[in-house]
Design a protein around this ligand. Structure first.
Ligand code: PHE
Ligand code: ZN
Length: 860
């Protein structure tokens, strides 16, 4: 194997089991903001008594060792060594059988700005241990295959003291928790704060009563109800669909304001970014509600796929994440519209994962090396990991999938498992050989699938032969790609618009392969890659009238939407290159707008033009150099033409899609609002913001208000509305995050960087808060032509903030640096400016391992 990343990288091939067995961990915390004392008692035994190896415990330099005993006796300092990452106790100092190791350490949560380990957020103590945060709390084997039961004692004057498992005792200033399920340290959690709960209960399949609590800051109780409802739905769904039951007496969720990610599945004590818990109609959008429901489900589902069965090592991260994303996607499809959910998921996959797969940061769903694991919580591990499971399910069928999952839970409960274990249960349950399929896990890159059609009249009443070829472009470190198994769902539609062959899943395994359809009579139109049956780029010879035909007649909602999207992209590609285009799209979209029978959410998805970055990607795929300004102009121009051509239909929709009665975030009401907003966004191009201004003033929900605000900003008339929002919600962090995002995001591109720079100077730009930082920086990078401004102002602004953030919170800096991952696509001038910005970051002395790895991969 080649090892290109230098000596800092870790390799999958080097895996060795930990040489000791840790059966139990007892922790005792005395919480003091700048001087917390942690006493840990680890029950250890050598895995193999004969070997006599040193005991290496992970522990960062922020952990100050006060005392260390083995079986109660003070350790001889000569046998104990320390470096920045670990504590080593020489084999000579260790008993040959089981022993107890006790440590007492001091840590400083108040100085923890990286939000990894034990930190303080808004006066509350909380923890984040995935992936390697526990080593900032105390010394221990901090790896997922070392699993132990836990007892936790907390001393603190905070009124609410929580940890994993079941409560043992709670008195003033003191609490004890016991977690009977062995778990790795990354699933440990502790919370201590002035919190209030909204509470409910759930009775499981076998009659166990579970107390449920959503803990929030006093004053936020009235915004936690939807999270609780979502939790109860999730618990029920996992029983109904996967037969999985909850396994403790309590399930606690805590909302915190400072959190690097979305949420975390700590056993029995999920910790959430408050934006994924708190919602009210006045403060949250429909999309926020949908995300809350989905992420609550995701974290809850981890209890089985992640916690009861965890990962052997971090290379296997997609074992739990891909599967849990797949499960939360299934859940959302069941709760809402399956068709709409699929289209939304494909949109995200393409925008985030395809982008990653086609650039310098490409890696397989199961990477075989990394420098910093936190850089691998990516769209590839999560979203592509889920797509791969979707393909598996398509190949083995619903019953095969269920049998394989039952076997997985049965065989691996309590294990730290691998992708090999996962594939083996599918092989054993279904008898299928998955050796070739495994390439989806080990190979990076998005396959390009080319489809050719050959029509032969006469033979067998008319035969259509589809010939597919597959090719995966090289990715960093992987130049040679073997063919993969690709499930291609295909249906055929007759010239009169009727379906003549229902969906059939073709199984492609070769580089080139043909499939024949006989007895067709007349030549049909092919509806290919239905439901987006595989995460590939499909290339086919198809003209705009045929796309319009599919948009009108396809029975598969994804393929139908895709036809509309392709029409729009083909128009935008032409227009951005100074050629004519768009007439077919405008006609076809007119028919769809008028189609009262189509689901409003579906119509809304079709009405929204592809984003500018999507157009850039298409151009790049076609071998052209995308020009962000030309793309912006082309998209604005086409939107205006659609609005002019269909003004009457659109304003009718806008006036009719009003949801009466009080706000409800359910799918049906949200669908109507989304169609209304799609119409508004088009009309906004010709009414100079008139409707948006009225809507902002009267809308009773945040969904419509934010949409209206973005429209106003795009027209350069957002000032008053922004002031109104600030006056109304100045003390609401989550609303103010939106306020910071929408300004650079919706602004005319030429102003975006300057607007972001101005906002960054406001006292409200509390940049050490990850949500606020992401709001502003992410708002700018979401403005494609604004971030990629030819003068480099966008690049410089973002690079400056990444350098600043890196010193405080390396995870956030590294993650946001992916804004630059597409830089090689653009013209010479932009490339030079982006590269200069990246090189400036790389040159920083003391740059974190996180950001260094990201930047060097992007420059390489
Ligand atoms: N495991 C979390 C999830 O997917 C994500 C996470 C990773 C959160 C690392 C915090 C830190 O649900
Ligand atoms: Zn997850």
């Amino acid at each position: 194997m080649n090892r290109p990343e230098g000596q800092n990288a870790r390799y999958l091939a080097d895996y060795q089991p930990y040489p000791f067995i840790l059966s139990h961990t007892a922790l005792d915390f005395t919480l003091v903001p700048d001087a917390t004392i942690v006493r840990a008692t680890l029950s250890l035994a050598p895995r193999d008594a004969a070997t006599g190896v040193d005991l290496v415990l992970d522990g960062g330099k922020d952990v100050q060792l006060l005392r260390l005993t083995i079986n109660g006796a003070e350790a001889d300092p000569a046998h104990v060594t320390r470096d920045d990452e670990a504590l080593t106790i020489a084999a000579a100092a260790l008993p040959s059988g089981p022993f107890t190791l006790e440590t007492e350490v001091q840590i400083d949560p108040s100085a923890n700005t990286a939000f990894e380990g034990l930190y303080i957020s808004g006066g509350m103590f909380c923890t984040q241990c995935e992936a390697e945060g526990f080593r900032h709390i105390t010394f221990c084997p901090d790896r997922p295959d070392v699993m132990a039961t836990f007892d936790v004692t907390i001393h603190s004057d905070k009124p609410v003291l929580l940890s994993n498992g079941n409560p043992v005792s709670q008195t003033e200033g003191h609490a004890e928790w016991h977690d009977p399920w062995p778990k790795p340290a990354y699933l440990f959690a502790l919370v201590a704060g002035d919190l209030v709960a909204i509470s409910d209960s759930f009775t499981t399949l076998s009659g166990r009563n579970v107390a449920l609590n959503v803990w929030v800051r006093p004053g936020d109780e009235d915004r936690a109800g939807f999270a609780m409802e979502s939790l109860i739905k999730s618990m029920k769904w996992d029983e109904d669909v996967y037969g999985r039951e909850y396994d403790l007496d309590v399930f606690n969720i805590v909302a915190v304001d400072d959190f690097n990610m979305g949420a975390m599945e700590n056993k029995g004590l999920n910790i959430f970014n408050s934006k994924l818990v708190l919602a009210s109609p006045e403060t949250a959008t429909d999309l926020d509600y949908e995300r809350i429901e989905g992420v609550i489900a995701h974290e809850y589902f981890h209890n089985w796929t992640g916690n009861r069965i965890t990962c052997r090592d971090w290379f296997q991260l997609c074992l739990k994440e891909g599967l849990t994303v797949f499960r939360d996607q299934q859940f959302t499809s069941d709760m809402r519209s399956a068709a709409v959910k699929r289209i939304e998921d494909v949109r995200t996959l393409r925008a985030r994962q395809f982008r990653e797969d086609q650039g310098p940061l490409a890696h397989p769903p199961r990477p075989d090396h990394y420098e910093e694991i936190n850089n691998f919580y990516t769209a590839t591990v999560y979203e592509k990991g889920a797509e791969v499971i979707g393909m598996l399910k398509r190949l083995v069928g619903d019953d095969g999938y269920r049998a394989a999952l039952d076997l997985y839970f049965d065989r691996h409960d309590g294990d730290a498992a691998t992708i090999e274990d996962w594939l083996k249960v599918f092989e054993d349950a279904t008898g299928r050989d998955l050796a070739q399929f495994k390439r989806w896990y080990t190979d990076a890159g998005t396959p390009r699938l080319t489809m050719r059609e050959d029509w032969a009249e006469g033979t067998a009443g008319g035969t259509l032969t589809l010939t597919f070829t597959q090719e995966t472009p090289p990715t960093p470190g992987q130049s040679d790609k073997q063919p993969r198994v690709i499930p291609i769902a295909v249906g055929l539609i007759g010239p009169n618009g009727d379906e003549v062959a229902p969906t059939r899943v073709l199984e492609m395994t070769e580089t080139e392969q043909s499939f024949a359809f006989d007895n067709l009579g007349a030549r049909p139109v092919v509806s290919a890659l239905r439901g987006f049956s595989a995460p590939v780029v499909l290339d086919r010879q198809i003209d705009d009238p045929t796309r319009a035909f599919l948009l009108a007649h396809d029975t598969d909602p994804f393929a139908r939407w895709e036809a509309g999207r392709d029409l729009a992209l083909s128009a935008l590609v032409a227009l951005s290159q100074g050629q004519p285009g768009g007439d077919d799209y405008i006609d076809a979209i007119g028919r769809l707008i008028a189609d009262q029978d189509a689901d409003p959410a579906f119509r809304a998805l079709c009405l929204a033009l592809p984003g500018e970055e999507e157009v850039a990607t298409r151009l790049y795929d076609l071998g052209a150099t995308p020009d962000p300004d030309a793309i912006h102009a082309a998209r604005e121009g086409l939107a205006r033409r659609v609005a002019e051509a269909h003004q009457d239909l659109l304003s009718e929709i806008y006036d009719r899609m009003v949801v009466s009665g009080s706000y409800s975030p359910d799918a049906e009401a949200a669908a109507k609002r989304s169609l209304r907003i799609a119409a508004l966004q088009l009309l906004n191009r010709i009414d100079n913001g008139e409707r948006a201004e009225i809507l902002f003033g009267i809308a009773g929900n945040m969904t419509e208000r934010m949409a209206a605000l973005a429209c106003l900003i795009a027209r350069g008339r957002g000032q008053t509305a922004l002031q109104v929002l600030e006056e109304e919600f100045g003390d609401n962090r989550l609303v103010m995050d939106k306020w910071f995002t929408v300004q650079p995001m919706a602004a005319p591109p030429a102003d975006a960087a300057a607007i972001a720079a101005k906002l960054a100077k406001l006292p409200g730009f509390d940049w050490k808060n990850p949500n606020r930082f992401r709001a502003l920086i992410g708002g700018l990078t979401a403005n494609h032509a604004g971030f990629h401004a030819a003068d480099g102002a966008g690049y410089d602004f973002v690079a400056d903030w990444l350098m600043k953030m890196d010193k405080v919170n390396p995870q956030i800096a590294a993650r946001m640096s992916t804004a630059f991952e597409t830089w090689p696509r653009y013209d010479e001038t932009r490339r030079a400016k982006a590269l200069a910005a990246l090189e400036q970051i790389a040159a920083i002395e003391g740059l974190s391992r996180n950001t260094r790895e990201m930047v060097s991969r992007m420059i390489a």
